[in-house]
Write a protein that binds this ligand. Sequence first.
Ligand code: NAD
Length: 469
Amino acid sequence: MTVSSTATPLTEIEAAVAQLRVTFGTNKTKAISWRKQQLRQLYAFIRDQYPLIEAALKKDLNRNPADTQLELVILLNEVADAIEHLEEWMKPTASAPTLLTFLDTAVTRREPLGVVCIIAPFNFPVQLLLGPLIAAIAAGNCVVLKPSEMATASEALLIEWLPKILDMDAFRIIVGGVKETTRLLEVKLDHIFYTGSTSVGKIVMAAAAKQLTPVVLELGGKSPVYIHKDVDIEVAARRMCWAKTMNCGQVCIAPDYVMVHQDIVAPFAAALRKVLLEFYTEDAKKSTEYPRMINQAHTKRLVNVLDRQLALKHSELVIGGDHDVSDRYIAPTVVSNVKVSDPLMEDEIFGPLIGILSVTGEDEAIEIIQSRDRPLALYVSAKDTRVVNKILDNTISGVSVVNDYVFNMVLGDMPFGGVGSSGMGAYHGHSGFLAFTHQRGMVWRGTDFLTETVHKFMYPPFASSPFAL
Ligand code: NAD
């Protein structure tokens, strides 16, 4: 694992958090004007420094400009949405009056949590740091940011630019890898927002438990797909290839394993092959638009899974399989006739490998989904709405999309988050604001004659009270 040479000294991490506590104590970050100003600065950064962000993502992942544009438009919409709705989100809401409280002011206040931390993964190193940051600022918090050390160009860009645009009284960036993050997690924080793998999510949650720090965990897992026999095969194949090769399959909600109705396995596999050739030609390595794995270690990991899979006599390579570890390249690959106990079904793939399982129909697909951990995303392609509803009604997942992939991400007001081992808590839009907010109930009683007359019935001795039985 790469660790930046400018890693934050371990001895400075506690002091950085302490400094943010001082800022939080001044109430500066609670002012709506301050929150909006920071959000506007973020908006301007994303809009104006777009070429720098695009260049960093190109360097880290050979990300193509179209995908970066989509990512940044989503981010810009998220900031704009927060600015537009901030007053409404912050407004205390009144509780319905009761016989005992009708003279009181009874409201729920939306208050910041304090000093929160955001830990980001490598695959969308800008979006997955700045997205939660938008929510944390909107909610009025001080924030410790931990960018991914693996996406080195994006990390360098964020380290350089965030201090130029944000009020650094209220923000700190911790640079480094496991050692630095481990130290950060030992310090008392008011909330941890972690995006990354399920295995590290467990480490983060165990560390948080020691201090009873609340967490949002945005984790990974194997997101299943069911392709029914009535689909338009070409459309279904095109959408799958688009979603599976985006960012070289390094997308937390990428389709992971594909259960195809047995009647259409052969034509569907052929359609995937045809589409991948159209998208990236015979040699995807030469395509300027085909992305790369983040590093050689992750490329080797996939090569190893693929080798183990193809060593099994029953599986069939439909297309791909080529790789060049030194170039972090692995071809878009389709393997047919995968079984549930095969290597491709072990861990989250997080790369451009599509494993096809032949199933007898939606019932078998449901059985397979139910037998595994609850996924982050679930995808169904079918014309028959009964099939779609049956799958949705009999499974649990963080999010779901029908007849396509990842489109939930473009809806700013749709909560995004996992369930079970794919995570806990949600964000985006108002959900993000709430994730970083303490909802503080407040009852304010008067001391006037009328209020006290009502209250007197609750004082002992109770024998004279009208409430006495
Ligand atoms: P990762 O868990 O390896 O790293 C994420 C962050 O945790 C990094 O900042 C890293 O420095 C830190 N970290 C790593 N090991 C640690 C340890 N032992 N102790 C403390 N901190 C540690 O994840 P990754 O490889 O960068 O990202 C890929 C994973 O993230 C995939 O599983 C993917 O599905 C998941 N992911 C989830 C979402 C989501 O929104 N649910 C989004 C993107 C990625």
